[in-house]
Design a protein around this ligand. Structure first.
Ligand code: SF4
Length: 455
């Protein structure tokens, strides 16, 4: 198995919700396709009369509810996920038609540019997107195929991933990472930091600044969500609940269950912002983007603990990131590939690792916390009602945050050496369970709650 060479900031992507694979990935694919097309031979570009973006598999099945059309159109119009306005998808819902410039020619785009191909079964990846330039007879002049493989990552057909710089610490699973930590005496965040500096060429200080920015965007999503009320976009008519939950939290300072209520309110807040298509951080995906921000927000702002400083929070973010990277490297973080165990399950494991690190525990406790959280999400299907990232997704994020807290408490109380299941084993089980899971439970909105709930 090749060593992990993913940057922390490829895992923590900033962009519009509600789905990293169905919104952020397609936006990026559309943007990059058109950018590359601009360097095609001028005689070919002179014949381009239209653009077509065809969606297959899970993208076709749930793309409407996941905002894929608006994301693709925004990408064609030149927006990138990390720099687009926070309410870009709101703006795109008012978009009727427009034009993109290609070698001086104006090519008209509208909702009809994006075609949902429900019948063709993609043979390479369940989230397949094919982008085409056509002439005025409809003949294809240029075509590329992309795969939105989860967490906002895109792979292009026939294109090898770019060469990565050599990293000082080679590991492809948690066992190898623990061996490095034992051999070098470095902490888990120090190993991550050294690799991150090699991968990005950034200084320690620059990486710290970028981690602060990621945390700020996560906190912003929570704070915006705690203020909002009313129904979320889409046909379900689902009302936001974060503000009401937070009111209950504020009204009763004596309540015994306050930490649980705080976690739920914050997870609802960030997840509702995601469902609204507003800016979030993938952790590891947009669908699971309420879990880690909730744990961060509660730890930092609502239950601040003496001795936890900003540096500890940044290091905890690195510990969370490594869990997401291990899951992506050895299984998947895509609901279309392994169901919700790869999204909210991995998010919960990341949040448990965050808690393990922020409270200064050794690496084996961090591993145990992540493993315990993931273990109790194994088998979790992806069944969004009507294809909207709302039911069960929003509540599921709250449950993921609460489970992360419980997993950390269990791991912290464990006698060293008594823990019997490793994170690598849980990730392997997730991959195998995902492989065996029937397609209707993998982000197609055809099974589970999506089939039994009629709104
Ligand atoms: S059920 Fe889970 S994996 Fe599926 S869309 Fe919702 S959050 Fe994502």
């Amino acid at each position: 198995m090749s060593p992990i060479s993913t940057s922390v900031f490829e895992l923590f992507k900033i962009g519009p919700g509600p789905s990293s694979s169905h919104t952020i990935g397609p936006m990026l694919a559309a943007h990059d396709f058109l950018e590359d097309a601009r360097s095609l031979p001028p005689d070919l570009l002179a014949r381009v009369a239209s653009l077509e973006v065809r969606l297959y598999g899970s993208l076709a099945a749930t793309g409407r509810g996941h905002g894929t059309v608006r994301a693709v159109l925004a990408g064609l119009l030149g927006h990138r996920p990390e720099t687009c306005p926070p309410d870009i998808l709101d703006a795109m819902s008012r978009f009727d038609s427009g034009a993109v410039s290609l070698d001086g020619r104006q090519i008209v785009i509208s909702e009809d540019t994006v075609v949902f191909d429900y019948l063709t079964v993609p043979d390479h990846h369940p989230n397949t997107i094919r982008l085409r330039l056509k002439d005025d007879s409809g003949a294809v002049l240029h075509e590329r195929e992309a795969y939105s493989v989860g967490g906002g990552f895109i792979e292009w057909q026939g294109q090898a991933p770019p060469e990565r710089p050599e990293v000082p610490h080679h590991y492809s699973n948690m066992t190898e990472l623990l061996e490095i930590i034992a051999k070098t005496g470095l902490s888990l965040p120090e190993v991550l930091m050294a690799n991150e500096m090699a991968l990005t060429g950034l200084s320690r200080q620059d990486i710290a600044g970028k981690l602060e920015h990621v945390m700020r965007v996560m906190e912003d999503a929570v704070e915006r969500g705690l203020e909002e009320e009313g129904p979320l976009p889409g046909p379900l008519g689902l009302h936001r609940k974060a503000k009401a939950l937070f009111e209950r939290y504020r009204q009763d300072p004596q309540m015994q269950d306050r930490p649980i209520l705080a976690l739920c309110a914050c997870a609802f807040a960030a997840s509702e912002e995601n469902a609204a298509g507003h800016t979030i951080v993938t952790a590891p995906t947009a669908g699971g983007s309420g879990v880690l921000p909730a744990v961060l927000y509660v730890t930092k702002n609502l239950r601040p603990t003496a001795g936890v400083f900003r540096k500890d929070l940044r290091e905890a973010l690195l510990a969370a990131a490594v869990v997401g990277m291990l899951a992506k490297h050895n299984a998947s973080v895509s609901g279309a590939e392994v169901g919700c165990q790869g999204e909210v399950g991995v998010a919960s494991a990341m949040a448990a690792a965050f808690l393990g690190q922020v409270y200064g525990n050794p690496a084996h406790v961090i591993e145990n916390a992540a493993e315990t959280a993931l273990e109790h999400h194994l088998g979790l299907t992806c069944d969004p009602v009507q294809g909207y990232v709302q039911i069960p997704c929003i509540e599921r994020n709250a449950m993921g945050a609460v489970k992360a807290f419980a997993a950390y408490q269990i791991a912290a109380a464990e006698v060293p050496g008594h823990h019997m299941v490793g994170l690598d084993q849980a990730i392997k089980a997730m991959a195998e369970t995902g492989r065996d899971m029937c397609a209707k439970y993998k982000e197609t909105a055809q099974g589970g709650l999506a089939a039994s709930v009629r709104c």
